[in-house]
Ligand binder design. Structure first.
Ligand code: SAH
Length: 368
């Protein structure tokens, strides 16, 4: 293993084709190798028996297949699975599989920790360490398949992916988009683009870029229907207030006729769960094809909020529904193993970096 070797696990079709062309090989090698890596899950170039021995030897010189290592597996009484994966740096990330009937949804992390520090989220309290590489993002999907000893063909264990684990995916734009390309590529995992969802706290310039570069489904963590409250719950709102966020949502829907946007709304007792909030939301989302996902707050040590009562959530939902908004309440899953929304913490080394990657700095790289 050497740092100079290219990790082929992290290259999407475009990247892998360029890799082979640079080697003086035909671009179709990309398809062959992608199938070996992602569909058959091989870790050794020698297993790729439709690749000539000479080329395999060459590959061993310049490339490697390196995946994050599974260090802990926990099963919830409700069937939810949480895996802890160790990265090269000693950091750990968490991935969660939520089976539901015919469907299996994998909740994938995009960063070690998170820089956004939303006041109700455990990941934010951990601070931020670094972006995940494409290989580390895709490695979560691959690890879940391998855990069951399955390739993508023999078992449809994972039908959906949500980029709703640790981190803000749009602050790790290039790696996340490449990983989603691999997830949806027919020679890799072949997931439907509609079944891969990226969730953002509202990084407006990156949402605009995503609309141009990808057609995955979009979820937006709204959590408050006015700037005053949202500034407190989602500090990123101070940089990108609701007016800009809603304009970016409209743009996402318009470009290429995108489907509905999912708006996530965590239900915090006495904070954002009053009837007036529901009414403001109806105004705010007017004209945006949307569905609302109400998430009962999941507590974690030191959290300062309480979950809204079932009755309050029902009432809130009824007001939204009467205002014409499609609304579902997300069932809490996996909370007995700290795998529920907002409870993922992994192991973040060197948390002192928390204040370094201010959202604004990361955005400069995006041209934002
Ligand atoms: N940074 C992205 C991806 C994380 S998604 C985003 O903000 O969308 C994780 C989802 O769980 C988000 O909607 C987040 O707001 C929500 N969440 C975070 N903490 C939570 C908690 N304690 N209880 C319930 N939902 C929470």
């Amino acid at each position: 293993m050497s740092d100079t070797k290219v990790n082929l696990l992290g290259l999407d079709r475009k990247g892998l084709e360029a890799f082979f062309t640079n080697m003086g090989e035909k671009a179709f090698r990309a398809s062959q190798v992608m199938k070996w890596i992602h569909q058959f899950g091989v870790n050794d170039f020698d297993e790729m028996n439709n690749i000539a021995k000479g080329l395999r030897e060459q590959l061993k010189e310049v490339a490697e297949l390196r995946a994050p290592e599974l260090v802990l597996d926990q099963a919830s009484s409700d069937g939810t699975h949480k895996w802890v994966l160790r990265l090269d740096s000693g950091n750990c990330i968490e991935t969660v599989l939520i089976p539901e009937g015919e469907r299996g949804t994998l909740c994938v992390s995009s960063q070690v920790g998170c820089a956004l520090d939303c006041s109700f989220c455990a990941t934010g309290k951990q601070g931020f360490n670094r972006n995940l590489t494409t290989a580390e993002i895709v490695g979560q999907l691959r690890a879940a398949y391998q855990y069951y000893g399955a390739t993508h063909r023999d078992k449809r264990i994972i039908t959906n992916v949500v980029m709703m684990g640790m981190g803000e995916p749009l602050l790790n734009f290039d790696n996340v988009v490449a990983a989603m390309n691999i997830m949806t590529d027919d020679d890799c995992y072949g997931l439907s683009k509609r079944r891969v969802t990226l969730s953002t706290a509202g990084v407006v310039p990156a949402m605009r870029r995503l609309a141009e570069e990808s057609d995955v489904s979009l979820a937006v963590s709204l959590h408050a229907p006015n700037d005053e409250l949202r500034n407190v719950l989602v500090p990123l709102n101070c940089k990108y207030p609701l007016k800009e966020l809603m304009a970016a949502c409209r743009h996402y829907v318009e470009v290429g006729n995108k489907r509905k946007i999912t708006f996530e709304y965590v239900m915090l007792d006495g904070v954002n769960d009053k009837p007036e909030h529901a009414r403001q939301m109806i105004q705010l989302l007017k004209g945006i094809p949307s569905k609302i996902n109400l998430i009962p707050f999941n507590p974690f040590p030191q959290s300062q909020y309480r979950r809204s009562s079932d009755e309050t959530i029902r009432h809130f939902r009824d007001i939204l529904a009467a205002g014409g908004l499609t609304t579902v309440t997300r069932r809490t899953r996996g909370d007995d193993i700290d795998a529920a929304c907002g409870q993922l913490v992994g192991k973040v080394m060197d948390r002192t970096k928390r204040n370094l990657p201010k959202a604004g700095d990361a955005l400069q790289e995006l041209g934002g």
